[in-house]
Design a protein around this ligand. Sequence first.
Ligand code: GLA
Length: 389
Amino acid sequence: MSVKLQDVKRQFAAVFGREGLGAVRAPGRVNLIGEHTDYNDGFVLPIAIERDTVAVWARREDRTLRFVSREAKESAVVDLAGPVEKGEPKWGNYCKGVVAGLLKAGVELQGTDILLAGDVPLGGGLSSSASLEVATGLALLAAAGAGAGVGGKMEPYALAKICQKAEHEFAGAPCGIMDQAVAVLGQAGRAMLLDCRDGTVRQIPFDDPEVVVLVADTQVKHAISDGGYAARRDQCYAAAKKLGVKMLRDTDAAALAGAPGKQLNAVELKRARHVVGEIDRTLRAVGALEAGDYRAFGELMYASHISLRDDYDVSCEELDAIVASARECAGVYGARMTGGGFGGCAIVLVRQENADAAAGTIAGNFEKLFNRRPPVFATRAAAGAETLF
Ligand code: GLA
């Protein structure tokens, strides 16, 4: 964790005039492989990263929830006596959506003050919103005496679903389940294979000290509430319908080969080809990781990137440039865009001993092309959400 708990506790006291009673944290994520597969009932392989949102909380005497963010000026307020409604500030809608979901699930929320502080870059494709939602949910559950979620009365996956729904209904972002699920269930030193159809998880060892993940941020802002993401989703569903399957998870490359005859238009065919190929690559990547075959894993990352670029049309020149530079660096196994795309971050799987040099080359090449230096940091698979005190 890189947010300093002591600082957040001190700030809580300064803002609310009393001590915090508890604190939780929830991480951001990068996805190693399995992109745009979650809403097709496919497989994803994300890791939680060493960046998170910390929430310090204390109960209040009244029926008010007050959310203050260290990163934003305006606070968000919910009166538990009335309906929970969207509004300003925008960031508060993530919290309000979680409040609405917990109430709907029957949790008896208590008036609570919450101070949120995070170091997941906002809107940068590292799931700052999922980390905010999950931290909010765990803090509210703890304050309600309903257990701190993980190990508490609420099933972790149920909390992830509530957070996903908050995103749908309060932030207008029709996301899948990956980000919230790994924020809740991620484990240190593990990549999380999630079957997005039934929510089952297999934790795959990813703790080799000699290998690290670089995260390079294009700082091209992506917002999944913009139309591109929803359009992809619709195209996938349309393709599945025409193929006569429930979801693209239920078809395969052979069936797709005969698909033009089944009236898939050119765009739907490309989208379906990506999803089917990506699900297959994800499962093969797990095999490669389990065998310690980083070279094979890296090749699958490159293939994933090409498919996202050419068939799914969600990359951009900044992401492509990072992947192209990574390919030229010593010790790099693979690279790809991560997350929804249209900007955001690329990841690079690299040997630890080569990581600094690769980061320098990637940032330097990027600067030559785009006249600004992208932030690049290294991460390993971090722990999922937890109670801090
Ligand atoms: C965003 C969404 C996820 C997932 C990815 C693409 O991060 O929030 O649910 O769909 O895009 O894999």
